[in-house]
Ligand binder design. Structure first.
Ligand code: PEP
Length: 254
């Protein structure tokens, strides 16, 4: 089964308006209209319209993504952003449960699941991010944590909607730290996640679902990671702020 790799650029809370516009233009120009992988940029909310305009102007296949969403439709939720608002800005895909939202902001597994369902019900694609902390890894809990987060994150998601779900396995200790899981460790975690998806849905569906790796992926380590049979692209933070590095990572996908 061949899965088209998927690579996301998570810009986090970086850049200003001019910088976001310039980076979007560089990414679109460098990748051209057939990047070889499905590519999305996850842009700070205030710059979504600007970056969407650049994507349209350049005729790029890059997809417009948001870093978070509200689980509510509308109403008295000061500071939150609804899926209707995201769709209005041209957003196609959204992150749910990025580790910084789980571990810095304090989002629960249940909230992440509600957000994933809201995204899918609204017609957005979703990248469900999961992964263990260093403490959990040292306690041998990697697979149990991934299972708990995936079961809660996909609760109520139908097999039909799974075509619009990508899982991002991102060990928390590897995000933004310069430390990366070895390709073998990452492959083991991905294969275990795929087996879990097979038990939750079906083996055919598990074979079709893309599982990205995230955590200090750089041009220098991308080739070996992306060559693993169960790694289907990456979610890239720091290195996605440099268009050349990001392009090199996209090109490293088989
Ligand atoms: C991320 O933000 O999802 C991420 C993996 O960041 P970094 O590549 O900087 O570790």
């Amino acid at each position: 089964m061949s899965r088209t790799p998927s690579v996301g650029a998570n810009w986090k809370m970086n850049l200003d308006r001019a910088g976001a516009e310039a980076l979007a233009r560089d990414v679109c120009d460098r990748l051209g209209d057939s990047p070889g992988a499905e590519v999305a940029v996850f842009v700070p909310f205030p710059y979504l319209l600007e970056v969407g305009r650049v994507i349209r102007e350049t005729g790029s296949a890059v997809r417009l993504g948001a870093q978070d969403l509200s689980e509510h439709d509308n109403g008295a939720f000061t500071g939150e952003v609804s899926t209707a608002m995201l769709l209005d800005c041209g957003v196609q895909t959204v992150l749910a449960g990025h580790s910084e939202r789980r571990h810095v902001i304090g989002e629960s597994d249940q909230l992440v699941g509600a957000k994933a369902r809201k995204a899918l019900d609204s017609g957005l694609d979703v990248i469900l991010c999961v992964g263990e902390t260093l403490e959990q890894r040292q306690a041998g809990e990697t697979n149990a944590i991934n299972e708990r987060q995936i079961r809660a994150g996909l609760e109520g998601v139908s097999p039909g909607d799974m075509a619009r779900v990508t899982i991002a396995y991102e060990p928390v200790w590897a995000i933004g730290t310069g430390m990366t899981a070895t390709p073998g460790d990452a492959q083991n975690a991905h294969a275990t996640i795929r087996a879990l998806l097979a038990s939750m849905f079906s083996s055919a569906l598990a074979q079709e679902t893309r599982i990205q790796y995230g955590g200090s992926v750089k041009p220098g380590n991308a080739g070996e990671l992306m060559a693993q049979p169960d790694i289907d692209g990456g979610l890239i933070g720091g290195a996605s702020l440099n268009a050349d590095d990001f392009r090199a990572i996209v090109r490293a996908c088989p």
